[in-house]
Design a binder for this molecule. Structure first.
Ligand code: C2O
Ligand code: CU
Ligand code: CU
Length: 497
């Protein structure tokens, strides 16, 4: 999958820059911050999880404060831990001056508690959904899904991680000590003005969406984490608005991918680099028993486009150059021998994934993603408005149900991108990628997913089944997870009954 050279047809207006070395020199020389670890809230016994949606102030760089949003914290939200076959009792209190919807991305829950744009929490109001967690162990997340404002609200901090455990995952000897050898890693990018304040504009975003010029991990630039000299699990979430990342280690060390969006893979897959699109999660295991420090790089994908070379060659070139620039996009893992290490070998088999037989697949639907320039050229000052972002020719309309799906039956969804690369996401389910342009799915993509990448002029077929109700009042969404594409209409609604 990682052999494409250039994925995008359009260059983003705001960020047609190579994603390396953009942090001012003064910052690069400063001491690297500790990786912030969001507080863990244990909701496994059904304890109420109270989250206040609030205004905050956050220092992405030392000495500079900028206005942010957060869930009960200044920026981002706590990690919520829940468990298969338990109830998760959430309570959101909106203390902002604007409406907010909060969606549980990756959760298999009915439309009425899914937190789509129909479920807006008004200022000073509460929303208290109870979620029955029935799905296998996975790394999910929660984030703003407010109609037309998702991009801005997520960018300013309305996102957090959610961890689902189950008996199977407990039995495996995987690193699972939160904040010690099991780390939440939320990867984003931001742009700052000269004073260090966050910059965001939906209308000035380029056609590829809003790109920041600085990589941010859990709200910090170039952080360092102390970890035991053993196996370390990283729960990676691409929580960026629009950017695709290449994830790799600066010493090119091998790591194991153990989970996709919807849970564990059948077996660990060894990799040296991988791509992550907005919305996606990957759990990886890296072995630090050699005691050496490891630099996890979160590289902006544009660098590969600009150099016009295959990824392997480009990486080699990057490593040969002065690596100080790479450190602007890294999480340094430093071994602390005083911490108890998990040295257990990785399980050879983790879970089994039951695929439906071809004859069990009931029907096929097609979704065509379009970015159209042709429609209205009358007002050039608003060229960005003139671009239509549609699925099957229609932009998101809260009053229109685009698809009606029967509950509990397998379907094939054929997704196609006419222009540009898009991470296509479906609510209320996990799906399997059946093929990508007719090619069989690679081992590292062969698990449960809820987001699939369509490259420019590319198609993919998914196998999907919905087991929960989403009626006309609380339909599910499918959409592009580039948040500026979503906010501009590349989204549709569907019911499951
Ligand atoms: Cu993470 Cu509808 O989104
Ligand atoms: Cu979602
Ligand atoms: Cu898109």
């Amino acid at each position: 999958m990682l052999n494409r050279i250039s994925r995008r047809t359009f260059l983003s207006g705001s960020a047609a820059t190579i994603g390396l070395g953009l942090i001012p020199q003064s910052l690069a020389s400063q001491k690297r911050p500790r990786l912030p670890i969001p507080r863990l809230i244990d909701g496994r016994q059904g304890e109420p999880v109270n989250l206040t949606i609030k205004n905050g102030h956050w220092s992405f760089m030392p000495g500079v404060n900028t206005a942010t949003f957060g869930f009960s914290q200044e920026y981002l939200g706590p990690t919520i831990r829940t468990r298969r076959n338990s109830e998760l009792n959430l309570s959101y209190h909106n203390t902002l001056n604007e409406d907010v919807s909060v969606h549980g991305h990756g959760l298999h829950v009915p439309g009425a508690v899914d937190g789509g744009p129909q479920l807006e929490i008004q200022p000073n109001e509460y929303w208290k959904p109870t979620l029955s967690i029935v799905q296998p162990a996975a790394t999910c997340w929660y984030h703003s899904h407010t109609h037309g404002h998702t991009g801005r609200q997520v960018y300013h901090g309305l996102a957090g991680m959610m961890i689902i455990d189950d008996d199977d995952s407990d039995e495996m000897d995987l690193p699972d000590r939160y904040g010690v050898d099991d780390l939440p890693i939320i990867i984003q990018d931001k742009s700052f003005d000269k004073k260090g304040k966050l910059i965001y504009s939906l209308y000035e975003a380029g056609e590829d969406g809003w790109y920041g010029d600085t990589a941010i991990i859990n709200g910090a630039i170039n952080p360092i984490a102390k970890v035991p000299a053993g196996k370390v699990r990283l729960r990676l979430l691409n929580g960026a608005n629009a950017r695709f990342y290449i994830i790799t280690f600066s010493d090119n060390r091998e790591f194991y991918k153990i989970a996709t969006d919807g849970g564990l893979l059948e077996k660990p897959v060894p990799l040296k680099s991988m791509e992550m699109s907005p919305g996606e999660r990957c759990e990886i295991i890296v072995d630090l028993s050699d005691g050496k420090e490891a630099d996890l790089l979160t590289l902006f994908e544009d660098v590969f486009d600009e150099e016009g070379e295959g990824i392997a060659t480009t990486l080699q070139n990057i490593f040969k150059k002065d690596t100080s620039s790479n450190q602007n996009h890294s999480l340094k893992l430093v071994v602390d021998k005083s911490l108890n290490a998990n040295l257990a070998p990785l399980p050879e088999r983790m879970v089994s994934i039951a695929r439906p037989k071809p004859k069990e697949i009931n029907r096929t639907r097609e979704f065509i993603l379009n970015m159209d320039h042709e429609t209205s050229h009358t007002d050039h000052s608003h060229a960005h408005h003139a671009m239509d972002m549609t699925i099957n020719g229609a932009a998101m309309d809260m009053n229109v149900i685009n698809e009606r799906v029967d509950i509990g039956v397998w379907e094939r969804w054929r997704i196609r991108s006419n222009q540009g690369a898009h991470p296509f996401h479906i609510h209320g389910c996990s799906f399997l990628i059946e093929n990508m342009e007719g090619d069989t799915t690679t081992a590292d993509q062969a698990g449960w997913k809820d987001t699939v990448v369509l490259d420019d002029d590319d198609w993919s077929e998914l196998i999907v089944r919905f087991d929960h109700i989403a009626d006309d009042s609380f339909p599910y969404m499918y959409h592009c997870h580039i948040l500026e594409h979503e906010d501009r209409g590349m989204m549709g609604q569907f019911t499951v009954t």
